[in-house]
Design a protein around this ligand. Structure first.
Ligand code: PCA
Length: 201
C-alpha cells in the first residue's frame, strides 16, 4: 500500500508551515504502508498540476494532503472541497482569484472518501483535539483537495483522498498569544494516527 502525503510551503508571511514540518517528521513506513512525501507550492493551479503528476507517477492507494489553518485550535479532518477559488490574499506567485470555479466541468463539491469519523475518534483517543471541518476554505488548500478529488472522479481512480488542516505551531504565535497553537509533536502524531486508520492491521 502506498500513501502519498502532500504539504504546502510557507505562505502569508510565515517562516514555516506546520503541515510541511509535520510531513518531514513522518516515518517512511506506517505498518505495511509506504509513505511518499511531496511538497507543494502554495500557488493556485501549479499545486494541482504537481500533485496530479505525482499521482500518475506513484499510483498511490491513498492521498492525504496537509495544510496550515492558522487560528484553528485542533486537527481538522476536512469533509468537503468546493468548486471555487476566492481570496483576498495573494498566493506565493501573486495570483488572487475571486469567485472563480476551479474546474468548469467539475461538480459543485466533492466529499472526502477517507474514513473521517474514525480518524477523528482515533486522534482524540490519543489525547489530541480533533474534529471534522465542513469547510476547507476557498484558498489553495481547498483548491488542492478539490483538484485531487476531481481527478479521482473524472478518471474513476480507485484512490481514497482527503485533507487535514493543522493549527499553528507555538513558534508561530510567540507574539500572538491569543492565537491557538498545537505542538509539532502532537501534529505529527495525529497525522500518523490518521494514516494508521487506513492501514490493514
Ligand atoms: N494552508 C492554506 C494554503 C496552504 C496552507 O498550508 C489554506 O488553508 O488554504
Amino acid at each position: 500500500m502506498k500513501i502519498l502525503i502532500t504539504a504546502f510551503e510557507p505562505f502569508g508571511g510565515e517562516k514555516v508551515n506546520p503541515a510541511l514540518e509535520a510531513m518531514k517528521l513522518l516515518p517512511d513506513k506506517i505498518g505495511e504502508a509506504q509513505i511518499l512525501k511531496l511538497e507543494l507550492p502554495t500557488v493556485f493551479k501549479k499545486s494541482i498540476e504537481k500533485v496530479w503528476q505525482h499521482i500518475d507517477e506513484y499510483e498511490p492507494d491513498i492521498v492525504i494532503s496537509l495544510g496550515q489553518a492558522g487560528g484553528r485550535a485542533c486537527i481538522s479532518i476536512e469533509r468537503v472541497a468546493i468548486n471555487i477559488d476566492d481570496t483576498t490574499m495573494a498566493d506565493n506567485e501573486g495570483n488572487m482569484p475571486v469567485d472563480q470555479p476551479i474546474f468548469k466541468d467539475g461538480e459543485n463539491a466533492y466529499f472526502s472518501n477517507l474514513p473521517i469519523k474514525n480518524m477523528v475518534e482515533d486522534i482524540k483517543k490519543a489525547g489530541i483535539p480533533a474534529n471534522i471541518s465542513n469547510t476547507a476554505g476557498t484558498y489553495v488548500c481547498n483548491h488542492v483537495m478539490y483538484g485531487v478529488l476531481y481527478k479521482i472522479h473524472k478518471e474513476k481512480l480507485d484512490i481514497k483522498a482527503g485533507f487535514i488542516h493543522v493549527p499553528f505551531i507555538p513558534e508561530q504565535v510567540v507574539n500572538k498569544p491569543e492565537r491557538a497553537s498545537m505542538s509539532l509533536e502532537n501534529i505529527v502524531k495525529a497525522v500518523e494516527i490518521a494514516c494508521r486508520v487506513l492501514v490493514p492491521k
